[in-house]
Design a protein. Structure first.
Length: 118
């Protein structure tokens, strides 16, 4: 059974940094696409950043230049380094993984809360 386990969320002041990690287990194959979504209260879940096993990346316009996604393919793990955090970055961050490069994979983590105070 595939499991995605996230860690690294928390409370931080505006301008601070956090690093999220997501470790995938239970899959016989490497996930082609892994990414991070977030959901703020009252808003739809949105893709924040994604990375393929081949090294392609995708970012939401709102986080470009502040967030960096990276992967350790050998460990089936994806990271999200978040710098210069803003209150509008607050939300639950979900790890997503799939075998198609559209960052809409079938597998989800349980979510980790990120709260940025002003």
């Amino acid at each position: 059974q595939v499991q995605l386990v996230e860690s690294g969320g928390g409370l931080v002041q505006a301008g601070g940094s956090l690093r999220l990690s997501c470790a995938a287990s239970g899959s016989r194959f490497r996930f082609n696409a892994m990414g991070w979504y977030r959901q703020a209260p009252g808003r739809q879940r949105e893709l924040v950043a994604g990375a393929t096993s081949g090294g392609s990346t995708k970012y939401a316009d709102s986080v470009k230049g502040r967030f960096t996604i990276s992967r350790d393919n050998a460990k089936n793990t994806v990271y999200l380094q978040m710098n210069s955090l803003k209150p509008e970055d607050t939300g639950v961050y979900y790890c997503n993984a799939g075998f198609v490069s559209d960052f809409r994979g079938d597998y989800w983590g349980q979510g980790t809360q990120v709260t940025v105070s002003s």
